[in-house]
Design a protein around this ligand. Structure first.
Ligand SMILES: [Zn+2]
Length: 278
């Protein structure tokens, strides 16, 4: 499939220069659903890939010059991993990064696919020009229903601009972070594990809001590049807004991070139980 897609997307790139967004719209629509065909039936949770957003030269969003997103995401992910390893010894926990290193957005799903993971959980922090915006949101791949959800995906997807070769079509299928059409087309990608991803997202929002002082803004959908090519149920957690005083001060603390991590653990435990009882 890779070669065919690569060949087609190369043509997409040439056409884009000639015909602009109409060409990219129609061609990408033809290509995108093919990238997400279901490959397996998942009825147990044996391997989980935890993905700490950003890292290295890509710091993610900034919290009042007090903390960077890449620091919070790594701290939280390592805690989630530790709790899962302790509480669910039959589950193998793998990480896309355990240190402050740069990773391509495409490396993250590729790693989960290679490891044949049963779950992919990407952890991030939100940001907004309005510092009163606060709360957690958990996303799965799909068309955004509100402009605000699209804006979250746009900010997260702009991480690819740290990659010098992001315009290589084999990596992102001609995705242009500056094109509104690109974001919308991406969100129309067929989600092969929609129900499972929705279930885990709901559990994360329910369980984290029970244990933390961060209020839940709910489960949402948008087109995230990092979730695009995963071949397992996949979610992206926006743990809170680093641009908000309350959320930031909570996410900066060990206690806050442990509580978020415990919420994610409880969500994984519930999800695993549900999947495996069938
Ligand atoms: Zn992020």
């Amino acid at each position: 499939m890779g070669q065919i897609i690569g060949h087609k997307t190369l043509k997409t790139s040439r056409l884009l220069k000639i015909s602009g967004s109409i060409a990219i719209t129609s061609l990408l629509l033809l290509l995108m659903p093919a990238a997400k065909l279901p490959k397996k039936t998942i009825n147990e949770v044996k391997t989980i890939v935890l993905d700490a957003g950003h890292g290295g030269s890509d710091p993610g969003c900034n919290g009042a010059n007090e903390i960077w997103e890449k620091e919070v995401t790594l701290d939280v992910v390592l805690k989630v991993g530790k709790l899962i390893t302790e509480q669910l010894p039959d589950v193998k926990v793998l990480y896309t990064r355990t240190t402050d290193k740069a990773l391509k957005l495409s490396d993250r799903p590729n790693y989960a696919n290679k490891q044949d993971a049963d779950l992919f959980i990407s952890v991030h922090c939100n940001a907004n020009n309005n510092s009163s915006a606060k709360g957690s949101e958990t996303y799965f791949m799909g068309l955004h229903k509100e402009e605000g959800n699209l804006n979250v995906a746009k900010r997260e997807n702009s991480a690819i601009t740290f990659e010098t070769d992001y315009q290589n079509n084999d990596l992102y299928g001609g995705f242009d972070p500056n094109s509104p059409e690109s974001h919308i087309i991406f969100s129309l990608v067929q989600n092969a594990y929609l129900n499972q991803s929705l279930r885990l997202s709901s559990y994360v929002e329910e369980e984290t809001s029970k244990l933390t002082s961060i209020r839940s803004r709910g489960v949402k959908q948008a087109g995230f590049l990092v979730l695009w090519k995963t071949s397992m149920p996949s979610i992206l957690i926006e743990t809170g807004f680093l641009t908000n005083h309350d959320d930031r001060n909570y996410l900066k603390t060990e206690e806050g991070q442990w509580n978020v991590a415990k919420g994610v653990l409880n969500a994984v435990v519930r999800y695993k139980k549900h999947i495996e009882k069938k």
